[in-house]
Design a protein around this ligand. Structure first.
Ligand code: CLF
Ligand code: SF4
Length: 285
């Protein structure tokens, strides 16, 4: 069963706790919009900046299937087709549509999605039905007062909700969603952005709580100080290492995150084939 954690640890580049496994992934930038407002988020379209939230452009689900064809032909070590932005995959229907198409043509490729978790309880059945094998949920706090300092607000039920109220809804949905998805046998990874000035002392609580709700692996991502959190600092190696060691008391920890672009392709931190499969936008002079 592809959702089995032991299977993913061998074949998924982002689920190997301990040694790096040298498998690859192709990210499909099919998701344009988002439904929450993380203060550190700065989405943009370009060919040069290496970080999450960046892609050369948005592609359609059928273009995504064509992209997977090209990617696996060029790099047979690609075992995962993922959707990680540049926006939120569940805010628009394109990610699930893409996974349904991929499931038909590439039954053996691992289907991976990265979500903020706001709509997880609503879409759990669709995620299961689309055949998603591994799901990442970004949970930056389980305390609403801390979460409210990281995220301005959410769009939920057709209206904007701000501050602590938004944080309460987001956290409740993330945790119940993780429980539902992991209960269905899908392996769940949790990403937490480590923000020294805001959640550094709280990351261990997050790791413990998400493990209790069924997550299998935890990834601490150092903050890139930008946008509304440009006043914060990037955590140093000592702080990252300490946070990972603390979290490891409760859950397996993934340590090789490359903070990938939304259109990354190849082997994380090693082989990059994204320029060969995505058309570089022509910027008018
Ligand atoms: Fe992509 Fe994310 Fe799936 Fe991996 S990336 S959707 S779980 S296939 Fe991996 Fe890249 Fe880190 Fe993400 S190294 S940013 S953890
Ligand atoms: Fe940006 Fe992702 Fe946060 Fe949405 S969930 S605001 S895309 S970081």
């Amino acid at each position: 069963m592809k959702t089995n954690f032991e299977y993913l640890m061998k074949l998924h580049p982002c689920f190997a706790a301990g040694a790096k496994n040298y498998k690859g992934r192709v990210h499909l930038p099919v998701s344009p919009g988002c439904n929450i407002f993380c203060k550190f988020c700065k989405r943009s379209f370009n060919d040069t900046v290496n970080r999450p939230g960046v892609a050369r452009g948005i592609i359609s689900p059928s273009e995504a299937v064509e992209t997977v064809r090209k990617a696996v032909a060029l790099c047979p070590d690609i075992t995962v087709a993922g959707v990680a932005g540049p926006g939120e995959p569940l805010a628009t229907p394109y990610a699930l549509e893409t996974f349904r198409l991929i499931k038909k043509e590439f039954p053996d490729i691992i289907k991976c999605m990265s979500t903020n978790g706001l709509l997880l309880p609503d879409y759990a059945e669709d995620i299961i039905e689309a055949g998603i094998d591994s799901l990442t949920v970004t949970v930056n706090a389980i305390n609403p007062d801390i979460q409210a300092r990281i995220c301005e607000g959410i769009v939920y039920g057709g209206k904007f909700v701000a501050g602590r109220e938004a944080a309460e809804i987001l956290i409740a949905n993330q945790l119940s969603g993780i429980k539902k998805i992991s209960g269905a046998g899908i392996t769940v990874k949790v990403n937490t952005v480590l923000i020294p000035e805001i959640n550094a002392g709280h990351v261990t609580d997050v790791s413990k709580t998400v493990a209790e709700h069924g997550a299998s692996i935890f990834n601490i991502i150092p903050l890139i100080p930008q946008h509304g959190l440009s006043w914060c600092s990037a955590p140093d190696c000592g702080l990252i290492s300490k946070a990972r060691t603390e979290a490891e008391k409760y859950i397996k920890v993934f340590r090789h995150c490359q903070r990938c672009r939304a259109d990354a392709a190849g082997i994380p931190g090693s082989r990059d084939i994204s320029r060969m499969i995505y058309i570089t936008p022509v910027i008018p002079e």
